[in-house]
Design a protein around this ligand. Structure first.
Ligand SMILES: Cc1cc2nc3c(=O)[nH]c(=O)nc-3n(C[C@H](O)[C@H](O)[C@H](O)COP(=O)(O)OP(=O)(O)OC[C@H]3O[C@@H](n4cnc5c(N)ncnc54)[C@H](O)[C@@H]3O)c2cc1C
Length: 407
C-alpha cells in the first residue's frame, strides 16, 4: 500500500520536492494557504508593473498527481502522526493523518514589535502584498496631483521609505526608481521635484551578504539615482503619517515598505519540534527533523546546526529536490547520502538596467550583469508559460511603459 505523504507549503522547497517525487510510491497531499507557487525573485518587479503578477505564479493544481488542500496547518502532532488544519476561507477545522511529513512553510516578516509597523507598513512576501504596494504607489502620485494642496503635503505623499537594505529592500527601491525615471516624469508632469526615496538600514552597509565592492557600488549607484540611504539607522516608531528614526529625525511619508528581516511563523514558533533561537526547526544532514524519523523540514524554516545555509530560493530548491529523491530511494530500501550544498551565489537588481552578480566564478556589476540577471531568471522560471509572460512583460514595459491604472 502507498504511504501517505503530506507536504506543507507551496513555495520553492515544496514545489521542487513535488516535481521530483515518484507518485507511484506515495499518496501525496499538499496543504498550503496559497494555491500557487510564487517566483519571489521577481516579486519586486511587480510592485510597479514592470512585470505583471500572474506572470510569476504557477497554480499548484497543475501538479495533477498530488491532492491539494487550501488550508493553514495550525499544529503538528508528531506523536500521533497527524496535523491540525484550518480552511483559509470558512475557518473550518480538520485533522489529517500522515505516514511522512515534509515541512516547507518558509518564514514571515519580522517587525521586531516596533510600534505601528504591523498597522501602517507594507510588506513584500506575497502577490497580494505586491498588489497593495502597486495600488498605494499610484495613489500617492494621484494624491500628490490634487489641486489645492500645499507643497509640504505633496512632498509627504511622495516620500517613499524602504526599511531594510537586504536584497528585497534594495530591489524594491531600484524598481521604484525606474518607475519614477521612466514613467512618472511622463505621466505625472511637474511632480519630479517633490519625490524622495529613502532607504533605511540598521547595519553599516547595503547588501551585507554581497562582496564589499558590490555593496559599495550599490551605494554609489543609489546616490546617483537620488535614493537617499541612511545606514546605522533604525525606525523606532511608525504612525499613520509619521516615521520616527533612531537618529532623532521624524518625517511624514506616503508609503513605507518594510523588508527588515524574517522570523518564524506561529506554526513553527509554537510547535514541539526541536528549534533553535531563531525559531528554525533543527534538522540533520539528511534534512530529517532531529528525533523524528518520518518528518523532513527544509528551506527558510529549517537549519542544520553546524552548517547554516544561505536563506535563499536556491537552498530551498536544492533541499526540496534532495528530499524528493531521498523519498524515492527510501521506499526502494536504497541507502541515502547526506545533503551536500554548493552555493551558486546571489544576484540583485539595483535599477537603471544594472545588476550585481556575487557568484564564486564571477563578481560583477552593471549593464552586462543585468543582461545576465535577466537571462538567469528567465531560465529559472518554473514553466514555459511564465517564461513567455515575463519576456512579454519586459518587452511591453520597454515599448509602452508601465500601466498606472488603479483598480
Ligand atoms: C520579495 C522577495 C524576493 C526574494 N528574492 C530572492 C532572490 O532573488 N533569490 C533568492 O535566492 N531568494 C529570494 N528570496 C527568498 C526566497 O523566496 C526564499 O528563500 C524561498 O522562498 C524559501 O523557500 P521555502 O520553500 O522555504 O518557503 P516559501 O517559498 O516562502 O514557501 C512557504 C510556503 O508555505 C506556505 N505556508 C505558510 N504557512 C503555512 C502553514 N501554516 N501551513 C501550510 N503552509 C504554510 C506558504 O503559503 C508558502 O506556500 C526572496 C524573498 C522575497 C520575499
Amino acid at each position: 500500500m502507498k504511504k501517505k505523504l503530506i507536504v506543507l507549503g507551496s513555495g520553492f522547497g515544496a514545489f521542487s520536492c513535488l516535481k521530483e517525487l515518484n507518485y507511484n510510491l506515495y499518496d501525496v497531499i499538499i496543504v498550503s494557504p496559497r494555491n500557487h507557487f510564487l517566483f519571489t525573485c521577481l516579486l519586486p518587479s511587480t510592485t510597479v508593473g514592470t512585470i505583471e503578477f500572474r506572470s510569476i505564479i504557477e497554480p499548484i493544481r497543475n501538479i495533477k498527481k498530488a491532492k491539494y488542500i487550501q488550508a493553514l496547518c495550525k499544529d503538528i502532532d508528531e506523536l500521533n502522526n497527524r496535523i491540525f488544519c484550518e480552511d483559509t476561507d470558512t475557518k473550518k477545522e480538520f485533522t489529517i493523518e500522515y505516514d511522512l511529513l515534509i515541512i516547507s512553510v518558509g518564514e514571515t516578516t519580522n517587525t521586531y514589535n516596533i510600534e505601528g509597523v504591523d498597522k501602517y507598513a507594507f510588506f513584500l512576501r506575497e502577490v497580494a502584498d505586491a498588489r497593495k504596494i502597486r495600488i498605494k504607489v499610484i495613489d500617492c502620485f494621484e494624491n500628490a496631483s490634487l489641486p489645492n494642496i500645499t507643497d509640504e503635503e505633496r512632498k509627504s505623499y511622495l516620500r517613499f521609505v524602504v526599511c531594510g537594505g537586504g536584497p528585497t529592500g534594495v530591489e524594491f527601491a531600484a524598481e521604484l526608481h525606474d518607475f519614477i525615471e521612466e514613467d512618472v516624469r511622463r505621466k505625472y508632469p511637474g511632480l519630479d521635484q517633490y519625490i524622495e526615496v529613502i532607504l533605511i538600514e540598521a547595519g553599516e552597509t547595503l547588501l551585507n551578504s554581497f562582496d564589499k565592492k558590490l555593496s559599495e557600488y550599490t551605494m554609489k549607484i543609489f546616490k546617483r539615482q537620488k535614493i537617499s540611504v541612511k545606514t546605522n539607522s533604525n525606525i523606532t516608531k511608525v504612525t499613520q503619517s509619521e516615521i520616527f528614526v533612531s537618529d532623532g529625525n521624524n518625517f511624514n511619508y506616503g508609503l513605507l515598505v518594510w523588508a527588515a528581516g524574517n522570523t518564524g511563523i506561529p506554526l513553527i514558533k509554537d510547535s514541539r519540534l526541536p528549534k533553535n533561537k531563531r525559531s528554525k526547526i533543527i534538522i540533520d544532514h539528511f534534512l530529517r527533523v532531529i528525533g523524528q524519523e518520518n518528518i523532513f523540514a527544509l528551506g527558510d524554516c529549517a537549519e542544520i546546526p553546524d552548517e547554516p545555509f544561505p536563506v535563499t530560493a536556491q537552498t530551498a530548491q536544492r533541499q526540496g529536490k534532495y528530499i524528493g529523491k531521498s523519498l524515492n530511494k527510501i521506499s526502494k530500501g536504497s541507502p541515502l547520502k547526506p545533503f551536500k550544498y554548493k552555493d551558486l551565489g546571489m544576484l540583485a537588481y539595483i535599477g537603471s538596467n544594472k545588476a550585481l552578480a556575487n557568484t564564486n566564478q564571477y563578481k560583477g556589476s552593471g549593464f552586462v550583469t543585468w543582461l545576465f540577471w535577466r537571462s538567469v531568471y528567465i531560465t529559472k522560471l518554473v514553466s514555459l508559460k511564465n517564461k513567455v509572460l515575463v519576456l512579454f512583460d519586459w518587452f511591453k514595459t520597454f515599448v509602452f511603459g508601465r500601466d498606472v491604472s488603479n483598480f
